[in-house]
Design a protein around this ligand. Structure first.
Ligand code: GUN
Length: 288
């Protein structure tokens, strides 16, 4: 193996520690701590795990956590009413509605209802538009975490060829905007891309965010490329066990890449760390 391993777990722990260290100063100036409201509708097991972990890390950072667990049958009107209450609540700086929502709820309508100033996920059309036009925005947590890892590793990204595999609103599109903002030459690849191997081979930076286990093999990579693997896929490991793998085939990619994030312990831990950072930023902006 030749690639350096990008330790997202350690980077995330350091970021959370920096956020926690800034909370007492905010509290001294404002008389309150930053507050994050998390809304979970239904019983999706993966979402329940994330929400629990968010609650724990919010408390560890010295912030106030407000958890709202609603039954799967919750009506869209009731969910919108909760978002309205959180928008109006002075103790709440950040609002996160955990996705996916149950099928009968219009996800886009719920997201659009969140006050953009409290949109710590950066999912509202206002924040997506602000990011795309280069204005001050709340930026989605996972892509911002990826960008932090890339800049820590590479310094300036200007002029580098970057490929983002995946075009979701949560990762792919904002990731591409962030890389463009750093003056990369950006390609967004997706399920209809022709000759993905050829596209990937030209890239100095590869961000894989498609949710397909081990889809990118090492022989697609340009030697020395920096590889950020956003995928978290649970696969059968035999004997009734499962294990987590990324969208990149780690064993073969690590022979070719210059640096690579592992799964687990790469991008995953960054998401919550950036969420806490975004909550602190939102609290400061609201406090003026
Ligand atoms: N579901 C999977 N990732 C995320 C995320 O970053 N934010 C929200 N709200 N839901 C998610």
């Amino acid at each position: 193996m030749s690639a350096a391993i990008i330790d997202g777990k350690a980077f995330a722990a350091a970021l959370r520690a920096r956020v926690a260290a800034a909370v007492p100063g905010f509290a001294a100036a404002t008389g309150r701590v930053p507050g994050l409201a998390v809304v979970l509708v239904g019983e999706d097991p993966a979402s329940a795990v994330y929400v629990k972990s968010k609650g724990k890390m919010t408390a560890e950072a010295g912030m106030a956590g407000f958890e709202h667990r609603l039954p799967a049958e919750t009506s869209q009107a009731d969910l919108l009413a909760l978002v309205d209450r959180l928008n109006a609540d002075g103790a709440v700086d950040g609002i996160l509605v955990q996705l996916p929502l149950p099928k009968h709820i219009d996800e886009a309508a719920v997201i659009a209802r969140i006050d953009p100033a409290k949109d710590v996920d950066g999912f509202t059309p206002v924040n997506a538009g602000r990011l795309a036009t280069g204005l001050e925005a709340m930026v989605p947590c996972t892509p911002l975490g990826c960008l932090m890892l890339l800049k820590d590793r590479l310094g300036s990204l200007a002029g580098l060829d970057a490929v983002v595999i995946g075009r979701s609103n949560i990762v792919g599109k904002p990731m591409a905007q962030l890389l463009l903002g750093e003056s990369c030459t950006v390609t967004i690849a997706h399920s209809r891309t022709r000759d993905l191997a050829d596209v990937v081979r030209r890239a100095d930076i590869v961000v894989a965010a498609v949710g397909r286990p081990n889809m990118v093999p090492g022989d697609w990579l340009k030697p020395g490329a920096t590889v950020i693997d956003v995928g978290i896929n649970r696969v059968d490991a035999g004997e009734g066990k499962t294990r987590l793998v990324g969208d990149v085939d780690f064993a073969s990619a690590a022979q070719v890449a210059g640096a690579i994030t592992p799964v687990p312990g790469g991008v995953g831990p960054m998401t919550i760390a950036v969420l806490l950072r975004n909550t602190l930023v939102a609290a400061h902006r609201r406090a003026g």
